[in-house]
Design a protein around this ligand. Sequence first.
Ligand code: HAM
Length: 423
Amino acid sequence: MFTMIRAIKGIKDILPDQLPRWNVVEGAAHRLARCYGFREIRIPIFEITELYIRSIGGTTDIVEKEMYTFNDRDGTSLTLRPEGTAGVVRAIIEHGLANNPATRKLYYIGPMFRHERPQAGRFRQFNQFGVEFIGSTSPKADVEVISLLWRFFSTLALPSITLEINSLGQPPERQRYKAVLLTYLQGKIDRLCGNCQRRMEFNPLRVLDCKVMECRAVTESAPSLIDYLSTSAQHFKDVRAGLEDLGIPYSLNSRLVRGLDYYSMTTFEVTSSSLGAQNTIGAGGRYDGLFEVLGGKSTPAIGFAVGLERVISILPESAMPLPNPLVFIAGFGNRGLPASFRLLEALRSKGVTAETDHYGSSLKNLLRLADRLGASFTIILGDEECMQGQVLLRNMYTKEQETIPLNSAPDVLANRLKTPNSP
Ligand code: HAM
């Protein structure tokens, strides 16, 4: 006897019952991204490891602890993509997409891989919907991207969502602030966790992001980066004014430093209090320096990514369309069976979702099967009906039955079941 093989920890199947929710969320992502002028791009699921080290940063948790890295047969180090931005920027540089105004706004949907400790809302394979808007330094680009993120969540009617924004400034501003923060933290080093003590020297900003209670208490009254902005202060002001102008509610969060090193200036996160500890449903920011780091021409850019598993877990029923009504054909008898197969094809050609059973079971069994499949109508078609050129149409909710001509059954049902979901 063989033992059963299970899926890997933190890596989930998406089962048929869950797929309608995925279709709704992905459908909204495609529709809204296009509506905001973004075009889809599909990038590889694995790339040269160096791409992620250089873009995300060698001392980030993702690169230090979470990447699925392996050697190709020729010894080249490859990594399953932990996020989409690095790959999209690589593709933009490689194919010169930045030169064409029609390919400066791109979006993607697909799986990402991080070796994190699995828990509710945190997976090792998870799906993101992300957008990247390149080539604009305008604060309006920031507002456009944040507005799309907000509209995506609002369209799906996600409960209890909050948008927080921050500015990390440009590198010289951040450098100046880091020195101020470091002096502040050095005075309180004994109260910081081991991790923060270790990373304080090379990246004191990360301490602001630490979830340990004592570290949070220490950083509660730390100097705020926003107060140290100079060159990018106006940009941030304009982003805030733009959000206010569009009526997008936000709050400032000076702790929002993000876990990836490529960010500068605007950063943002949306959380939902309907989720547990892993409550960030989407996040992003500006990354004006990334193109150069990856060997391209200096190009400003901003984007976000949404964690689709988290969105789907709080998607309200009200966001779900009614399923396409199903017509079941209960065919039996030497004539009834072949006629019902022809009718099945005729119904489907009219866009009606139809199903049958090919084995000519008893009418009782066929009606039971129709019930289990959730059929709205059952067409009963035996030899006798066939000879009379008629079928019995049974409403599965009211149990009422009526006789209709066999030939016109496809049109009658197509008209009766006209739904927004029919093709
Ligand atoms: P991120 O904050 O690392 O940003 O991930 C974005 C979103 O992906 C998170 O807010 C969360 O919803 C989801 N997510 C991340 N890790 C997991 C996980 N292990 N399980 C389930 N969901 C997860 C980025 O990835 C950037 N590339 C976003 C971006 C695009 N910035 C600019 N452009």
